[in-house]
Every structure is written in C-alpha cells, then in structure tokens.
Design a protein. Sequence first.
Length: 350
Amino acid sequence: MRFVHDTLSQRVRFASGEAAQQLAEEVEQLGASRLMVIAAEQEKALAHDVAAELPVTVWHHEVAMHVPAAVAARARAVAAEHDVDLLVSIGGGSTTGLAKAVALTTGIPIVAVPTTYAGSEATDVWGLTEDATKRTGVDARVLPRTVVYDATLMVGLPVAMSVASGLNALAHCVDSLWAPRANPINAALAAEGIRALSAGLPLVKADPTDVEGREEALYGAYLSAVAFASAGSGMHHKICHVLGGMFNLPHAETHAVVLPHVLAFNSPHAPEAERRVAAAFGADTATQGLRSLRHRLDAPTALRDYGMPEDGITAAVGPIRAAIPPSNPTPVTDDNLTALLRAAWEGAQP
Ligand code: NAD
C-alpha cells in the first residue's frame, strides 16, 4: 500500500431528537454570542424550533439552489452588518452552501445542522454560481467546525426527495472508489456508507417517519461525504456537475439518475471497486446490488424528466470529457460517453 490521506478536523454530534440541546452546548463551547442562522423559507419553522434558545443576532432566509453569487453577496453583507461570530446553517446542501460562501470570505466558523443527505456539511468544498456557470473550490475555512445530526429533522423530507438525496450520498461512496485521490481509507468509509444507505433508505421509503431508517441513512450520508471530500470528484461527479450547470438540473435527482450508468461503465475495469460495492450491497455484482436497491426505492430514471433537452447530449460531451480525470478506470471516448448520456437521458436500463 502506498497513499496519502488527509483527515479533516471536525466534530460530529449525532443525537436524534436533540438538535436544539446539542446546538446550544456547541455554541457555548465555542463561546459564540452573535449568531447568524441561515435557513431557507421552507425550513424556517424547523430552524426556529432548533435555534429557539440560542443568542441569535440575525435570521437569514434567502437561500437558493447552487448558491448564486448575488445571494452570497447579500448574505455576506448581513453577516458583516451584524458583526456575526458564528454561522449556523439549518437545511439541505443549498443552505450549507450559502453558509460556506459567507465563511469563504469572512472566515466566520460554521456549525451545520443538515436536513438532507447531501453531505456538504462534511466537506471543505464550496460552490458559487454566476452567469450560469458553477465554480467550485476547496478551502479549509468552509469546512463546518461542527455538524449536529438529528435524524428527526428529516421526517418531513418527502419520500421522493429522500430517495434522490440518499442516492446522491450513495454516489459519493461509489465515485470515491475511483476518484483521483482514492485510497483504502476512503474505500473503507465508502463501503460502510453503501451498507448503511442501502439498509436505511428502504426503511425511509416504507415509512418516512421511521427514525431508525432515517438514522441509518444519515450515518451513511456522513460517511459518504467524508469519503468524497478525501477522494475528490470522479467521473460521476464531473458528469453531474457539467449537466447541472449547463441545464440547471436538480442536483440530487441528477446524481440518482446518472449513478447506475457510471457504475456499469466503470465496473468492468475496476474489479476491486466492483467487489467492494457488491459486498456492501450483499449482492452478486455491484450493478445488481444498485439495480435492486433502486427498484425498491422507485428511483428516478431519466434526465429528460428533469428538463435536460435531447440535443444537450451532444453539447455536453466535450465539456464532460475535458473534466473526467485521466485516471478513470474505463477509458472515455466521445462514442462511449455519448452512449452513456443517451441512456441516462432516456432512462434505459444500464
Ligand atoms: P436543497 O438544499 O436545495 O434542498 C432540496 C429541497 O428540500 C429544498 O426545497 C428544501 O427546502 C427541501 N428540504 C430540505 N430539508 C428538508 C426537510 N427536512 N424537510 C422538508 N423539506 C426539506 O438540496 P440538496 O440536495 O440537499 O443540496 C444540493 C446542493 O448542495 C447543490 O447545490 C449541491 O451542489 C450542494 N452540495 C455540495 C456539496 C459540497 O461538498 N460542497 C456536497 C453535496 C451537495
């Protein structure tokens, strides 16, 4: 074995039903007294419950998908105007992403309380969108100091969003097995993440208020994000990033649709990843394991259902090929990439 691995420094508090209490303890430990709580309009009531007892100086509810630069600028101005000393984000990846945009330029620490399985809370990756182009980068300042995981905050996340978001987390696990900085530590985290997600998501699908299923999926989502943060973006993330930016596709659903196609594309040339994924699913092969889980979850199948135009397939091939790491297990050509995108666009079985 020969590898380099960075472990990011972050505290995780995992306690279902205790977000308010855990958050209060964390704020006290950090000695913060001027909080900016960031939560989207939709999660406003939930956020006010969780942060009711905290020294909140300002509430901020303007959150938008993919963090538009203008939205980030307004949030930064609010933080400066109120001399904020701690950002508390309560919500999905879009909310965490806005807190990260503020932290990126101000250095104000973040405590994140996630309410989806996106996993942004456990990475040092930021994203900002301007002129229909999403830029991403890595910066230690955007890694939340602490994450408070409370599975009960997710019981209101609709089943379809839970499934898509959970498969987004699963994609972090699978892609980390062949991403540029793939290593045995990420692989161990990813395998346990796949096991936990594949155990938890069917329980969530059967009963979205089942806290045990929510916990299992949330634990898996955290592991997936740690593996992804360390391994970097592989072929799957590059495809989703380009498509999302070009056609303004919904993030989680795009990941959910594309994943089985990338897994089938890379598996024949990535035997170790194939073996690990299959074992984590408890299936004969990786593709069978994912197919069976997706069937149980009634997972999204076609990019055309989410607004991607058919002529977008040809338009996307060039930018995607340019972005895919040269170390990808299966060599990528215009032809095999076009075939993959077409299959994902029309919802063909990989
Ligand atoms: P999102 O945050 O936009 O949330 C999706 C929808 O779910 C929204 O309408 C939101 O209001 C709703 N919602 C969230 N929590 C809810 C709850 N508990 N109950 C009911 N409704 C709820 O979407 P997302 O998929 O969580 O995040 C996607 C964004 O995160 C993308 O911009 C993506 O690029 C980013 N992301 C970043 C990283 C990173 O490492 N930087 C990792 C993953 C995702």
